[in-house]
Design a protein around this ligand. Structure first.
Ligand code: B3K
Ligand code: ZN
Length: 885
């Protein structure tokens, strides 16, 4: 089931926002659940805003209306109209009760939005996904986040087929019915928007844990999964308990219902969903065991469990006024999740991971045809705006504001925000105002960040005056134009900085004009809030090396004319792990430029020299060393190019790594791989994870020097690995090197994990990353595999996502075969699942900057796609946006 609007796409604008004329105070829903047919009965208690003269209009998509009554009277045909997704009803007044019965068809719902079936007809279960506008696929309702109502939900179903019945809120009775049916009722005392409604029904098993909140509320935590998966939920349960405790300690936020349910499904459009009291998770972010999950996946499970839990306050108790405010809950919750992960694991490694993601996913978005502000001004399909910009850049904006308030100030501000807006729908202005009011400062200048798309370029140049003993640092900013935003304004950019002496020690800072009390100290934040500004540091004895944007204090691209030796100095001496990594990244990027231009090897030499020394010394933590030894990825490197040839980028990056491997030396790499021997049992502590991370990196580097020996080592590692982390690392090295052993290993993997969908996804992903010359052909073979289906989002992403996004050289074939294949498949996928199709289509991002042959081929493929009749609103918006000049 998939409703398409044939009419021209309608643009929804932030500036058109109007408060709702009709609200709903209380909703009573009952469901007669069936796989093919479900009947939904609804009773809405209506409230009317007396100042607004508008007829009652409710949203409803693809609903078969069975009956409708107003204030107890069946409504005759002429008094209601249902067309184009809107039910208009005449005669309603303040206090009216509207009753409707509709039929929906879960098994036919391949869009996985609204009520749908997960798994097979025989074994699967029913569930819902409502955010952003799925509730209107279930019943008629003012389906907008500023209509908050109290929900009472009754589920009825065949007991044998649906033994477990769940909805959000507290349980409020259950019992038997005739003909082997049963019922269960849930009451949610907290008013909520419709996008947070959820139900689940089917044969699920549970693990449970008792939890007592800081103020003494007893809560039952229950995780539900299908029988073959319930044994892999314990780690998620631990993570949930850690998250709940952390939110109590860090933000004073407690859980507010008697039960907290979490459900795992293999059929889900995104990562997870924070429905009130009934979180639903893509199994990928809930299940974990050492035999089938990597260390990275363990950390992702912990982060997503925390993220959805944290939404209970940042999103549910305080929700968004409209979807333009999406980052109010998402940016804030990503930020809270990042803080939590930093506290649970290593703070510098977490920051490295987050910044790397921002650069890989968000910077290209900001630089491409789909660039949009963190608070977009308009959209056609809101599901297209769950982007890295709204999430990851949104989190960076919260981080800047939090940084400007300090730890205690931010907490004060958050306390005020939560108490002021509890139970209401808020805006980004409300957020900044609450944080500012609690601290007596004006944070409104940061609103400009929310409204302006594009990544600012921060330019820095220093001038040392030996006679005055001053160091003048001039900072300037410039944001390139983005679609519909040709002119940019200056933004407040906090720049955290330190100055280093040549011997690697930090210099006490005396900033001209600052009060004596704040003078001294080795780190300072200066805020550039105009086009250009100069900061003068006094009592500086010799020309220093500036360490700028420490901890990545603002989401900008730093342009600073460092000498390679300056970066090498920071890479060797900066005590902060993040800055050390950052210096290495900048040096590697310069080394990349060196190789491309072939004019000088100073940066390459400095990079290899500094890293091989660190490798030999053994003074750096293993996980950080693994990250230091990894240059920026191909996507990030391509962002430096005016004209992109993905094959060249790939080859140059390989060359860069080869130079590094060569400098470290074959023997040293081999010896380190042996020294990082695999213990027989899989431990998940930080040191063990770090060891596996470094081992993977060492094997990858070794494979560049001596593929034959590395493939033998890889095969050995594959055969004896006790954990998926080691097994997968070995398999990836074999596959990327096109080693002869790959075939047997893949066959073995497939056999071993045939019944484990998440592991099978890896089997598809690895092959999607084969070398460029063979991969398009392999993708075609794989989609013909019996285990492949376009109906499962994880499988689609595992094959097509991994290929089109993570294998740029393999996707951007000069003959255009990659583009044609993706475009063809997008048309088929769109007919089944528009949300997943639209997201996959963003893999074309950046096509305008490709070299001419590829660009022409991409243009043709996108144009053909755009010309297809009957595309969904989702895919239409992305494809049209791609063609934007
Ligand atoms: N809020 C959901 C995302 C919903 C996406 C709708 N297309 C998950 C999250 O960010 O927590
Ligand atoms: Zn979220």
């Amino acid at each position: 089931m998939n409703t398409r609007n044939d009419a021209a796409p309608v643009l929804i604008r932030l500036s058109d926002y109007r408060a709702p004329a009709w609200r709903v105070s209380q909703v009573n829903l009952s469901f007669d659940l069936g796989i093919d047919d479900t009947v939904v009965s609804s009773r809405l208690h209506l409230q009317r805003d007396a100042t607004l003269q508008e007829p009652l209009r409710l949203d409803g998509e693809g609903l078969e209306l069975l009956s409708i009554a107003l204030d107890g009277q069946a409504l005759p045909e002429g008094q209601w109209r249902y067309e184009n997704g809107v039910l208009e009803v005449e005669g309603a007044r303040d206090g009216s009760l509207l009753e409707t019965r509709v039929r929906v068809r879960p098994a036919a719902n391949t869009a996985l939005e609204g009520l749908y079936l997960s798994g097979t007809r025989e074994g699967g279960f029913l569930l819902t996904q409502c955010e952003a506008e799925g509730f209107r696929h279930i019943t008629f309702f003012p389906d907008r986040p500023d209509v908050l109502a109290s929900y009472t939900v009754t589920l009825r179903a065949d007991r044998a087929r649906f033994p477990v019945l769940l909805a959000g809120g507290n349980p409020d009775g259950h019992g038997e019915l005739e003909d082997g049916r049963h019922w269960a009722r849930f009451v949610d005392p907290h008013p909520k928007p419709s996008y947070l409604f959820a139900l689940v029904a089917g044969r699920l098993q549970q693990i449970a844990r008792d939890y007592v909140t800081a103020r003494g509320r007893a809560v039952k935590l229950v995780i539900w999964a299908e029988p073959d998966a319930i044994g892999r939920c314990d780690y998620a349960m631990d993570a949930l308990e850690r998250s709940m405790r952390w939110d109590e300690q860090s933000y004073g936020r407690e859980y507010d219902l008697d039960v907290f349910h979490v459900v795992a499904t293999h059929d889900f459009n995104m990562g997870a969903m924070e429905n009130k009291g009934l979180n639903i998770f893509n199994a990928k972010y809930l299940l974990a065991d050492p035999d089938s999950s990597t260390d990275d996946e363990y950390r992702a499970v912990e982060a997503v469990v925390a993220h959805e839990y944290f939404h209970n306050w940042s999103g549910n108790r305080v929700t968004c006024r409209d979807w333009f405010q999406l980052s109010l809950k998402e940016g804030l919750t990503v930020f809270r999740e990042q803080q939590f992960s930093a506290d649970m694991n290593s703070a510098p490694l977490k920051r490295i991971e987050d910044v790397a993601l921002l650069r890989r996913a968000q910077f290209p978005e900001d630089a491409g045809p789909l660039a949009h502000p963190v608070r977009p001004a308009q959209y056609s399909e809101i599901n297209n705006f769950y982007t890295a910009t709204v999430y990851e850049k949104g989190s960076e904006l919260v981080r800047m504001v939090a940084g400007s308030l300090g730890r205690d100030g931010f907490r004060r501000g958050m306390d005020l925000y939560f108490s002021r807006h509890d139970g209401h729908a808020a805006t980004l202005e409300d957020f900044l105002r609450a944080l500012g009011d609690a601290n007596g400062v004006d944070l409104m200048p940061y609103l400009a960040w929310y409204a302006q798309a594009g990544t600012p370029r921060l330019h820095a140049r220093g001038h040392y005056d030996a006679t005055q003993r001053t160091y003048a640092l001039t900072l300037s900013q410039h944001t390139p134009p983005t679609p519909n935003q040709p002119h940019k304004q200056a933004l407040p950019i906090p720049v955290k900085l330190a100055l280093f002496r040549r011997d690697g020690r930090m210099i006490p800072l005396h900033l001209a004009g600052e009060p004596a009390a704040t003078s001294g100290g080795v780190e300072r934040v200066v805020v550039l809030d105009r086009a250009e500004q100069t900061f003068v540091f006094q009592q500086v004895d010799a020309a220093p090396v500036p360490s700028l944007l420490r901890g990545f204090s603002a989401p900008v691209i730093l342009e600073c004319d460092y000498a390679p030796a300056d970066l090498a100095l920071l890479l060797r001496h900066d005590a902060d792990g993040f800055n050390r990594w950052e210096a290495g990244q900048q040096l590697a990027a310069r080394a990349f430029d060196n190789l491309r231009d072939g004019n000088d090897t100073a940066a390459l030499d400095a990079w290899c020299e500094a890293l091989s020394a660190l490798f030999a010394e053994g003074s750096v933590d293993a996980a950080l060393l693994a990250d230091l030894l990894t240059p920026p990825g191909e996507i990030e490197l391509a962002e430096r190019e005016r004209v992109v040839n993905p094959s060249h980028v790939h080859a140059l990056r390989q060359q860069l790594q080869e130079s590094l491997a060569l400098r470290i030396g074959r023997e040293a790499l081999h010896a380190r791989h042996q020294a990082l021997a695999t213990p027989a049992v899989v431990a998940l502590d930080a040191a063990s994870q770090a060891q596996r991370r470094l081992k993977r990196r060492v094997l990858e580097l070794f494979a560049l020097l001596d593929p034959w020996a590395a493939h033998a080592l890889g095969t050995q590692q594959y055969d004896s690995a006790p954990s998926m982390t080691d097994r997968l690392a070995a398999l990836v090295v074999l596959a990327r090197g096109n080693a002869p052993q790959t075939r047997a290993a893949l066959l073995h993997f497939r056999e071993r994990y045939a019944d484990n969908p998440l592991a099978m996804d890896k089997w598809f992903s690895i092959q999607a990353q084969l070398p460029a010359e063979v991969v398009v052909e392999r993708v075609r073979e794989l989609e013909a595999d019996a285990a492949f289906t376009l109906k499962n989002p994880n499988r689609v992403n595992a094959l097509f996502g991994a290929w089109a996004r993570n294998n740029p050289d393999g996707f951007h074939r000069p003959d255009g075969s990659g583009y044609r294949l993706l475009a063809e498949r997008l048309v088929q996928l769109d007919a089944l699942n528009p949300q997943v199709a639209a997201r996959l289509a963003t893999a074309f991002n950046g096509w305008q900057r490709l070299e001419p042959t590829r660009r022409a081929a991409a243009r043709t493929a996108i144009g053909t796609l755009a010309a297809q009749p009957g595309l969904s609103r989702n895919l239409t918006e992305i494809v049209q946006g791609m063609l934007h000049d």
